[in-house]
Design a protein around this ligand. Structure first.
Ligand code: NAD
Length: 485
């Protein structure tokens, strides 16, 4: 094992879990054993909640301008430790070092946003009648939980940690059991940045821990990021226990390519979007709808995708099960008559034979009812469907139960606007393969890609992590008595 067994992080200390059940942590890059992760139980969660509740008493009373000082220091620590964090991310998740560096850079941007929160959470005040004022202020919720997936071991935790904590909450993070290493390092950096003990805690585990979080009476809010299947379970369970919940789910993102799209730029964007992070991004292009005569662009996409080499500029998928599942999708589509223009099945990397790689895959002449067209594949695969008109393309996009992202590639502003208005997705792009809004804009999909109100990052997250206190104040005894008095 490359690293010692992982422990929970409670009250500012790494502590063993009370349960002895563990899972191995394996690197997708080469199959190397990295560590073991404990499958904690309700006793461990109780300990973390107690630590967080104790810390909340003084953290919530610390002025926000003071609270964000921790995150100014945390940002510097992320910068100073960028290479080490990127290496850890790559080892446990399988993405390339370049992608891992980009992930940590995104953590820095997320933290910068949290540092700006004092400027954004000023309340409102108005003299509502003579000598009487009303005011509103954002106050923290209490102990909150964040449950995260495997595909961004550092970035998705940082979607929630800086904002929720800067806004005065105390947090319990439940990392993915597949990538539990990065979050421990984040905990160390938060402590080094001066975050008081108990404000941030980590409890490792699987289904049992997620259920315990949804049931715990002292947890006020749960944010979840993961597959739609689990997002639905978590949203139902947390809200049925009267908690605030925002649950982000899976995706099937459509790129609509018009005949007038700029071929080189389109091909580069499409191939980067479908293959970045080995296709394991909720914003990845997974379906492309080719409108009219675009054979020349499809040829360029295949040429671009051919330049993506497993083990060089393409990382591994998370595990063997995932590799098998992705390859099965490709085989099924082929058996149903789709044409595999570039085939990533059976990819291996010399010297890393136990790694789990799938090469870039382009499948053409896919029918909208095939599984590769409808389901989330979460691998470096793009399924191309052909239509004659923009409305047919939109009908395909609109039929998807998901609604994370959609993009159009065209030089025609009218067509771009038409598609942006009608795509049933929370994040739309024009000539952009991965239309992720950057801070201060919020991240969040529609339909079965998100359950709950508001978005998880940016300004919209303020409403999720705080509640409004409304005060009516009269100091002046001369103030008039009116119908509200
Ligand atoms: P997952 O749903 O399997 O796991 C997410 C979390 O839920 C993990 O912490 C896991 O331990 C826990 N979990 C797993 N099964 C559970 C169950 N039955 N009951 C309760 N908890 C359970 O997701 P994943 O495979 O880790 O991540 C990939 C998925 O996440 C993809 O579908 C991807 O689209 C999605 N994702 C979405 C977004 C977004 O912004 N919408 C962002 C990143 C990832």
């Amino acid at each position: 094992m490359l690293y010692p067994p992982i422990q929970n992080f409670i009250g500012g200390q790494f502590v063993p879990a009370s349960s002895t059940r563990t899972l191995p942590v394996i690197s997708p890059l080469d199959g190397q054993s990295l560590s073991t992760v404990p499958m904690s139980d309700r006793t461990d969660l109780d300990r973390a909640v107690t630590a967080a509740t104790t810390a909340f008493a003084s953290w919530s009373r610390t002025p926000i301008k003071e609270r964000v000082q921790v995150f100014f220091r945390y940002k510097t620590l992320l910068e100073n430790n960028l290479q080490e964090l990127a290496r850890l991310c790559s080892e446990e998740n399988g993405k390339t070092i370049g992608e891992s560096i980009a992930e940590i850079e995104k953590c820095i941007e997320l933290t910068e946003f949290a540092c700006s929160l004092p400027q954004l959470v000023t309340g409102e005040i108005l003299e509502v009648s003579r000598g009487v004022e009303c005011r509103t202020e954002h106050v923290p919720l209490g102990v909150v939980a964040s449950i995260v997936p495997f595909n961004f071991p550092s970035m998705v935790p940082n979607w929630t940690i800086p904002n929720a904590i800067a806004l005065g909450n105390c947090m319990i993070l439940k990392p993915s059991e597949k990538v539990p290493l990065s979050s421990g390092r984040l905990a160390e950096l938060l402590k080094e940045a001066g975050l008081p003990d108990g404000v941030f805690n980590i409890v490792h585990g699987d289904v049992e821990m997620v259920e315990a979080i949804c049931d715990h009476p002292s947890i006020e809010a749960v944010s979840f990021v993961g597959s739609t299947k689990v997002a639905k379970i978590v949203y139902q369970r947390a809200t049925s226990n009267y908690k605030r919940c925002l649950a982000l789910g899976g995706a099937k993102n459509h790129l609509m390519v018009m005949p007038d799209a700029i071929p080189g730029m389109t091909a580069q964007n499409v191939s980067a979007s479908m293959s970045g992070c080995a296709g394991q991004r909720c914003m990845a292009a997974s379906a492309m709808v080719a409108v009219g005569e675009v054979d020349h662009i499809i040829r360029s996409i295949v040429d671009e995708a051919r330049k993506i080499i497993p083990g060089e500029n393409l990382g591994a998928v998370i595990n063997r099960e995932s590799k098998d599942r992705i390859e099965k999708y490709i085989s099924e589509a082929e058996a149903q008559g789709a044409k595999v223009l570039l085939d990533g099945r059976g990819a291996t990397v010399k010297g890393k034979e136990n790694g789990t790689y799938v090469g870039p895959t382009v499948i053409d002449h896919v029918k909208p009812d095939m599984a590769v067209a409808r389901e989330e594949i979460f691998g470096p695969v793009i399924s191309i469907m052909r239509t004659k008109t923009v409305d047919e393309a939109l009908a395909i996009e609109n039929q998807s139960p998901y609604g994370n992202a959609a993009s159009v590639f065209t030089q025609n502003g009218g067509v771009a606007r038409y598609i942006m208005d009608r795509a049933s997705a929370g994040m739309v792009g024009v000539n952009v393969g991965v239309p992720v809004p950057r801070e201060p804009f919020s991240f969040g999909g529609w339909n079965e890609s998100k359950f709950g109100v508001g978005d998880i990052t940016g300004k919209s997250s303020i409403e999720f992590w705080t509640k409004l206190k409304k005060s009516t104040i009269k100091w002046n005894p001369e103030a008039g008595i009116n119908w509200m008095s």
